[in-house]
Design a protein around this ligand. Structure first.
Ligand SMILES: Nc1c(N[C@@H]2O[C@H](COP(=O)(O)O)[C@@H](O)[C@H]2O)[nH]c(=O)[nH]c1=O
Length: 156
């Protein structure tokens, strides 16, 4: 049975990048995956001054609003690197937080879909035919953690 998720307060809300599960990335603590992801859009760009503001945003919604501002200059390679950046952040989230790692592992081999009505790249979009890259990322991270646990148990 396909598992749909989207908002933090809905079922499987911990799969949302807006969920309150912080991550340390390259020595910096980020309050949510969304804060980190939005900030990475500006690394090396002429608008890099926005990064500390995104980092300090009070909520992931605020971080997303700052990162989505269309007048700012994104890093040139953003479309090439964004899926890998997301994957690294999502992997770190589920390695760091054991409670939600269990939720993810307990989904077995079910298909995971970000049920966003507005996003056909990270989610499935309004017609549910979108690319669902966040769902695919979560399934890939689930597989990687399962393999790591069975090989080494280092995340026990
Ligand atoms: N969960 C969730 C959203 N979805 C998230 O938005 C991000 C994509 O942002 P962008 O690349 O700037 O369009 C990505 O992390 C995706 O999972 N968007 C929302 O406005 N509200 C929400 O509760």
């Amino acid at each position: 049975m396909t598992i749909y998720f989207y908002k933090v307060w809905q079922p499987y809300g911990c799969f949302s990048n807006f969920s309150p599960h912080g991550i340390h990335m390259q020595g910096t603590y980020w309050p949510t995956v969304e804060h980190y992801y939005q900030a990475q859009k500006f690394v090396g760009s002429t608008d890099a001054a926005i990064i500390p503001l995104i980092h300090a945003a009070a909520t992931p919604e605020e971080a997303a609003a700052l990162g989505r501002c269309s007048t700012r200059q994104l890093r040139r390679d953003w479309d090439l690197v964004k899926t890998e950046i997301m994957r690294e952040a999502v992997l770190k989230k589920f390695i760091t937080h054991t409670d939600i790692r269990e939720v993810l592992l307990k989904t077995g081999d079910e298909i995971l879909v970000e049920n966003s009505p507005t996003d056909s790249f990270w989610g499935c979009g309004a017609n549910r035919a979108g690319l669902n890259h966040l769902g695919k990322t979560l399934m890939s991270v689930r597989e990687e953690i399962r393999n790591l646990l069975s090989l080494t148990g280092i995340y026990e």
